[in-house]
Write a protein that binds this ligand. Sequence first.
Ligand code: 13P
Length: 260
Amino acid sequence: MTTRTPLMAGNWKMNLDYKEGLALVESLGEALKGVDESTVEAAVIPPFVDLRTAQTSIATNAFPLALGAQDLSEHVGTGAYTGEISGQMLAALDVTYVLVGHSERREYHREGEAVTNRKVNSAIAAGLTPILCVGEGLDERKAGKQIEYTVAQLEGGLEGLSAEDARRVVIAYEPVWAIGTGEVATPEDAQEVCGAIRETLAALYDQGVAQAVRVLYGGSVKSSNVAEIMAQPDVDGALVGGASLKAEEFAKIVRFADAA
Ligand code: 13P
């Protein structure tokens, strides 16, 4: 069990328009009323076009929810970058977190280490907390190379970052073979790589950084399996896809400690 405040983040991916998103924020917010935010932090990560509506609902109702975005531009501030959304624009919407390097961005949008690293820096420059996503595919897992593959992504994403900035980053270990497949890594699999991530942070920086950074697990997390994953010493939360689209189910995930 972690001593860091667990973070349960719901990545909606390309689901729910702004009206549907508002309905989910409202029912989730109600379901989470009374949750002690010093013991667990909950975040929703909707599509860009839902953010303003979600922000207003969260603020008006004082819901215990943080807001995240699924991507940001590598370019800072403003400029002639058609279609891009800057970190500063997200910060103006009270966005706290931003996903960077999600396997779906790496796979479908050819985002490699260099752009991922630039996006981590853009997020930090805007005062956002990047959630840097890393994790191996099935081939690497079968070859037993999950640690070296994931650690290389981690090092690439953090390259050039100071210790002070690295402290602010959240890492999400998402083995690609476990995303949307119903195939969950065993708690031991999750611990093995999350532990290696923390050791790498200690080697790159120091123990202070390694102990401060939250490392999440993602991949087919549900209310029925979250407690055993959270029982691992180096797992500090979950990045949840499909199960975050249902208020009751995601609320149960956030309240994992109540069931334990
Ligand atoms: P699922 O929870 O649907 O497997 O998705 C995980 C994920 O990719 C979260 O970012």
